[in-house]
Design a protein around this ligand. Structure first.
Ligand SMILES: C[S@@+](CC[C@H](N)C(=O)[O-])C[C@H]1O[C@@H](n2cnc3c(N)ncnc32)[C@H](O)[C@@H]1O
Length: 235
């Protein structure tokens, strides 16, 4: 297990290139990690199952995962339940991770893996639920992606976001602290850009159903507790 995690740790230590085309940077960053992605990310990316539960996905729903990676979030749902959904679109631009998602697609008639950026995705349908699991902070065009998600949601549809953040929920006086500076720099190295505007935009764009802040010990560095939030909003 540890040897497998080493590939992911090595890529995280090396970091993501700061220059070049976004897709190429993602492909380069994730290429060496694709085989170890799911094991390591299940220790690093907390709250994904909670976010899914709070999204209240029901039989017959159509759902879309924006920035799906390997599509690992689907593993939190029972396969029988996945079969009962109208449609599941897994959207991403990173080829090495999408190759893994395609292995999952083979098991379901209603799961579609789509190689497209979240902001440019224009399917011929609207969704009951759209979620971003640790992906918004890696999208330079996060606002356009979010606006696209809004457009693609049915009236009263739900959006779910789980992601790292630099500090707790927005407060009237939102002062930068040493820790928020630390986490912003820490994640920036791996192409994850923390920004208080994600949460304020979500609050402005959607009716808040649930919004909570948590911390999660980092794998192998449990003295460091990374802040993350879950947001559920209604269109
Ligand atoms: C940290 S991974 C999270 C993957 C997955 N959602 C999960 O929870 O395991 C971030 C993902 O966002 C994807 N991503 C970044 N920018 C994107 C964009 N503009 N459109 C679609 N996906 C994007 C990356 O390729 C990567 O797969």
């Amino acid at each position: 297990m540890f040897a497998n995690d080493l590939k992911s740790v090595a890529s995280l230590v090396k970091g993501m290139s700061k220059v070049g085309i976004h897709k190429n940077k993602l492909d380069d960053f994730y290429r060496a990690q694709a085989s170890s992605y799911n094991d390591f990310r299940s220790k690093l990316l907390a709250g994904r199952f909670d976010m899914l539960k709070k999204l209240c996905i029901r039989e017959g729903h159509s759902i879309a995962d924006f920035g799906c990676g390997t599509g690992q979030v689907l593993d939190y749902l029972n396969p029988t339940f996945i079969h009962s959904l109208e449609r599941v679109d897994l959207v991403d631009i990173c080829s090495p991770l999408l190759d893994k998602a395609k292995e999952k697609e083979k098991n379901f008639m209603n799961v579609n893996v789509v190689s497209c950026s979240a902001e440019e995705y224009r399917p011929d349908t609207l969704f009951d639920r759209i979620y971003f699991s640790y992906s918004m902070t890696m999208m330079p065009t996060w606002f356009e992606s979010l606006r696209n998600a809004y457009r693609l949601l049915k009236p009263s549809g739900f959006i779910g976001v789980v992601d790292f953040c630099s500090q707790p929920l927005l407060t009237p006086v939102d002062l930068p602290t040493k820790m928020s500076f630390f986490w912003t720099k820490w994640f920036q190295h791996s192409g994850v850009h923390l920004n208080r505007r994600y949460q304020s935009t979500l609050i402005g764009m959607f009716e808040t159903v649930y919004h909570e802040y948590f911390t999660q010990p980092l794998p192998y560095l449990s003295f460091l507790k990374a802040p993350y939030y879950i947001f559920i909003g209604r269109k």
